[in-house]
Design a protein around this ligand. Structure first.
Ligand SMILES: Cc1cc2nc3c(=O)[nH]c(=O)nc-3n(C[C@H](O)[C@H](O)[C@H](O)COP(=O)(O)OP(=O)(O)OC[C@H]3O[C@@H](n4cnc5c(N)ncnc54)[C@H](O)[C@@H]3O)c2cc1C
Ligand SMILES: NC(=O)c1ccc[n+]([C@@H]2O[C@H](COP(=O)([O-])OP(=O)(O)OC[C@H]3O[C@@H](n4cnc5c(N)ncnc54)[C@H](O)[C@@H]3O)[C@@H](O)[C@H]2O)c1
Length: 488
């Protein structure tokens, strides 16, 4: 008999699986780092708490746009950091204590766990055990771009001025100046946080645009707005970093050849933030010891039921979820996948032998209409496919872009740059995607997400419900009304 009925590796979304329905089972939970994983400790939650402070600071700095005199006089960094991590660290400690000391059927391995074979495992300290079923919820880690002069082992360590999102929020004081490498979600959110709170921020980007996964027109519009109010160097990459000296870091930049007038230069700053993507935590799991299939980009291969694949077939009793296996590195997706895994794991347990649950008893994952938002300034939100992707796969589509300034609330904001772009199928009138750049984008996109999720037609959504006047959501109503279904 195996030592455990179920092993969960990782306490991000994986931690939500074990509830009262597992009471009669012998459960092991492995966590080598902070309980609660990325989102709680170093991701979504603390960043948005810092973003809120930066938003208030920016509101003060830009109050003149609505004829108000206000001044930003600085941040109480210690208090802000303490308020944020005082709350978060207490939740982490309580979650750890609950699993470790208050659940008789749960054993916590507070260390690294790796496969030694299918169903067999070893901890970093050498303990070996077996588990009948396993959930791999091991998440992802910041990618180290391996730039000459940076000691990879010292990134995020005390006193070393090269950071990732794992350490930058816990600094004892905000850096006076900060260089950020990258142009994705993390780069944009931290540029907003630190620039908003008073740090001199320079963003270094390899290509000509920021948030390059958006449609080109949307990304170009965002890039213009952002670069007008932030320092951004385009078409450059870090060739060498010198650490130390009064400047903290000196970064030699060389042209990538993607922007015509980019020239070699060097930048100095107190600190460097690496925001060049995240890689799934697959390698250290020794997944190959269990014969597990790993995709080219490092993700663990799963099927539509979140069952882990080995040699193209489900490995009996093994499931995976979240950043370690998902095409979306988003917390709401990891949580959805965790709910699917919980259902399928319980169905598998009820069926008897691992892997014996009939497919009819299993839930399929739903990756339709996955939304995301970047909490920068301006906010960016998106759902569904881009126009470029739709055109590339030959799908019929009509597009309409509606400026915030066409609505009364846009006038209240005195906004001249924000907009909503919607894409719809002219035959079915279903919404295929949307991208929004502007204040509250993450909130006002929700009716479009809902319409996509429930298969509601664009014209029905626009016309067959009330839209509060003069709320900002009127820009969504007008964007939908603006779709010309005969244009395609
Ligand atoms: C700065 C930042 C901001 C973000 N903001 C947002 C946002 O606003 N909205 C959003 O939707 N998403 C956001 N994300 C992404 C989101 O945080 C992740 O998609 C989500 O947390 C992934 O959850 P997970 O459960 O897959 O992994 P994680 O939460 O990373 O959990 C995995 C856990 O497994 C542990 N582990 C790994 N391997 C082992 C092992 N072998 N043995 C023992 N333990 C192991 C790790 O220590 C970790 O605690 C953000 C990410 C970052 C970095
Ligand atoms: N609000 C949110 O939902 C939120 C916030 C933060 C992070 N996240 C998630 O975390 C993931 C990781 O975020 P991220 O911003 O690190 O990744 P990303 O994939 O969004 O962006 C990575 C950026 O780094 C650039 N890059 C890659 N290698 C580089 C190199 N060697 N030198 C310079 N630039 C390089 C890429 O071109 C890209 O612009 C995101 O994909 C997202 O899913 C979500």
């Amino acid at each position: 008999m195996a030592d455990f009925d179920v092993l969960i590796i990782g306490t991000g979304s994986g931690n939500s699986i074990v509830n009262h329905r597992f009471d009669g089972l012998r459960v092991a939970i492995a966590e080598e780092w902070h309980f609660g994983g990325t989102c709680l400790n170093v991701g979504c939650i603390p960043t948005k708490m810092f973003v809120r402070a930066a938003d208030v600071a920016e509101d003060a700095k830009t109050a003149q746009a609505v004829d108000v005199e206000a001044r930003y006089e600085g941040v109480e960094w210690d208090r802000l950091r303490e308020r944020i991590f005082g709350r978060i660290d207490a939740i982490e400690a309580d979650g750890r204590d609950y699993r470790t000391h208050r659940q008789d059927n749960v054993t916590v391995f507070a260390e690294h766990v790796a496969f030694t074979g299918p169903g067999s495992f070893a901890t970093a300290s050498g303990e070996r055990f077996t588990a009948e079923r396993v959930v791999i919820a091991a998440g992802s880690t910041p990618r180290d771009p391996q730039i000459a002069g940076i000691d990879g082992a010292r990134i995020d360590s005390d006193g070393y001025p090269v950071h990732t999102s794992d350490s930058i929020m816990r600094l004892p004081s905000p850096p006076r100046s900060l260089i950020i490498l990258g142009s994705g979600y993390i780069a944009m959110e931290f540029a907003h946080i630190f620039a908003g709170l008073g740090t001199e921020v320079t963003v270094v980007v390899r290509g000509p645009r920021l948030l390059g996964d958006l449609d080109e027109d949307v990304s170009a519009a965002f890039t213009k707005i952002f670069a007008d109010s932030h320092s951004v160097r385009f078409g450059l990459e870090a060739e060498r970093v010198e650490v130390g000296g009064p400047g903290g870091v000196s970064v030699a930049l060389s042209p990538t050849g993607r922007v015509a007038d980019a020239t070699a230069q060097s930048l100095q700053a107190d600190a460097l933030l690496i925001a060049t993507g995240r890689v799934p935590n697959t390698a250290a799991l020794d997944a190959q010891a269990a014969g597990i299939d790993v995709r080219e980009d490092g993700r663990i291969a799963v099927d539509a039921y979140q069952r882990v694949l080995a040699g193209g077939e489900p490995l009996p009793g093994a499931f995976a979820l979240g950043d370690v296996s998902s095409p979306f590195q988003l917390k709401h997706v990891a949580n959805h996948e965790a709910r699917v895994v919980k259902h399928n794991l319980l169905a598998d347990i009820a069926a008897g032998a691992p892997g014996s649950a009939p497919v009819g008893d299993l839930e399929e994952v739903n990756h339709h209409a996955v939304p995301a938002a970047v909490f920068t300034r301006p906010q960016v939100a998106s759902v569904g496919e881009t126009e470029a992707a739709l055109r590339e796969r030959g799908a019929r589509c009509v597009a309409h872009t509606q400026p915030y300034s066409s609505t009364a609330y846009g006038w209240a904001l005195n906004d001249e740059t924000s907009f909503v772009k919607v894409l719809a199928d002219p035959a079915t009138r279903l919404i295929l995607g949307a991208q929004i750049v502007g204040p509250e984008a993450s909130i006002i996109i929700q009716p479009l997400i809902q319409a996509m999720a429930f298969g509601q037609r664009a014209d029905d959504v626009a016309q067959h419900q009330y839209w509060i006047h003069p709320a900002l959501t009127e820009v969504i109503e007008n964007a939908l009304l603006g779709l010309d279904f005969d244009a395609d």
